[in-house]
Ligand binder design. Structure first.
Ligand code: SF4
Ligand code: SF4
Length: 375
């Protein structure tokens, strides 16, 4: 049976403003069935890496927060620390960057809480029975919430092909250790030639997997390393880095397993409602994700906002709408790409044809069949 995906094409009028139309969309999608009075509600989003302009802007988030507060919920805006060294690698830098990008708690009436804590150690590990994973490592304060609203910016992604709701659930709700696990990166790559022997990394490695060898350079014991990623941010000389070399299909499947773990965890809490609902902004559809440090020109015009309780149907609907849209040239898109062609595979040809949505279906995350219900 197809899932309902509710869609607003961003048209407004003097009377039916952005706020009015967004409220209508959220009501049509029955968000109050999922988010209830008294809920601590995690609004999982991306505040944008430094230099990025494509993220969903705070003034567009404010009416959502107002809607949730009117239900009686207590929403907080949240994200997790990154694997890579950037401006969001710890909760202090991350929180400051969110403020710099306008995510002001007083303005939005919702605080920013980095859900995996100051240094990504606020972690809840839950068992999972998947093809790749036996357990997943998720941000403690996302799992501590009563309900979850994902607010995703739909765009391209260098490794996964698309970055939408499922990626937001998977990579976005994982701690640094969980992100390493999805990348299939069980230990950091060590470039010891630049090591000064300062010892900063050995201090953060709780597993004692790092030591300064007698010749004064860092040495990793892979048997002891648990892949927590804590050391990646400790080395100023960039001696400890993420091993990005990974099998893309396996990477995407691990991502889907993480997304399933998050969704199932919320679904299991309430008998009568799914516990999470998903909103995607198909605006500023850039070729790369919001972690890259820049936003290239979008590959199609702004399309709209979509809401669904089914993250697979939602990503599929966003994908179909972008592919059907007129391409914008010049852009990162090859010049021969016309409306109807697969824009994301044209830009990221290394990804599987269905972007892992078939595997997500097989995990019970949802269905690729959907009914687009325009408000
Ligand atoms: S990833 Fe974690 S366990 Fe492994 S070396 Fe780094 S800090 Fe130690
Ligand atoms: S932090 Fe970097 S430079 Fe310092 S000991 Fe560790 S690897 Fe070497």
């Amino acid at each position: 049976m197809p899932s309902d995906v509710f869609f607003w094409n961003l048209r407004t009028t003097r009377k039916a403003t952005y706020e009015v139309r967004l409220r209508r969309l959220l009501k049509a999608a029955d968000v109050p069935e999922t988010v209830r009075s008294g809920d601590l509600t995690a609004v999982k989003m991306h505040f944008g890496e430094s230099g990025v302009t494509g993220f969903v802007p705070p003034m567009w988030v404010r009416p959502l927060v107002a809607f949730l507060r009117k239900i009686g919920a207590k929403p907080f805006l949240t994200d997790t620390n990154t694997l890579y060294v950037g401006s969001r690698g710890d909760a202090v830098s991350h929180g400051l960057l969110a403020a710099e990008h306008g995510f002001d708690p007083l303005l939005l009436q919702a605080p920013v809480i980095i859900a995996d804590g100051v240094n990504s150690r606020n972690e809840t590990t839950i068992p999972f029975s998947g093809k790749h994973l036996r357990e997943v490592h998720l941000a403690g304060d996302i799992l501590a919430a009563d309900s979850l609203v994902t607010l995703s910016h739909f765009k391209g992604h260098e490794l996964a092909g698309i970055g939408g709701c499922l990626k937001n659930l998977a990579m976005g709700c994982a701690t640094r250790r969980g992100k390493m696990q999805q990348h299939g990166c069980l230990a950091p790559l060590v470039h010891a030639q630049n090591c000064t022997g300062c010892g900063a990394c050995t201090e953060v490695c709780a597993s004692k997997a790092l030591r300064i060898a007698p010749q004064g350079k860092i040495e990793l014991n892979p048997e002891l390393c648990v892949g927590c990623g804590a050391c990646l941010h400790s080395c100023r000389e960039k001696c400890l880095v993420v091993d990005w070399q990974t099998d893309v299909t396996a990477f995407i499947e691990r991502m889907m397993e993480y997304a399933a773990a998050v969704v199932h965890s919320f679904a299991n809490r309430r008998e009568t409602a799914p516990g999470c609902v998903h909103i995607s902004f198909v605006t500023q559809v850039t070729p790369q994700c919001d972690c890259t440090g820049y936003s290239d020109k979008p590959v199609c015009p702004d399309i709209g906002v979509l809401v669904s309780h089914d993250p697979v149907a939602l990503d599929q609907a966003c994908l179909d709408l972008v592919n059907a849209a007129q391409p914008l040239h010049p852009s990162h898109l090859p010049l021969d790409i016309l409306a109807g062609a697969d824009k994301f595979r044209a830009m990221h040809p290394h990804v599987p044809e269905d972007f892992g949505l078939g595997y997500a279906e097989s995990l019970g995350l949802g269905t690729r069949k959907y009914r687009l219900r325009e408000i």
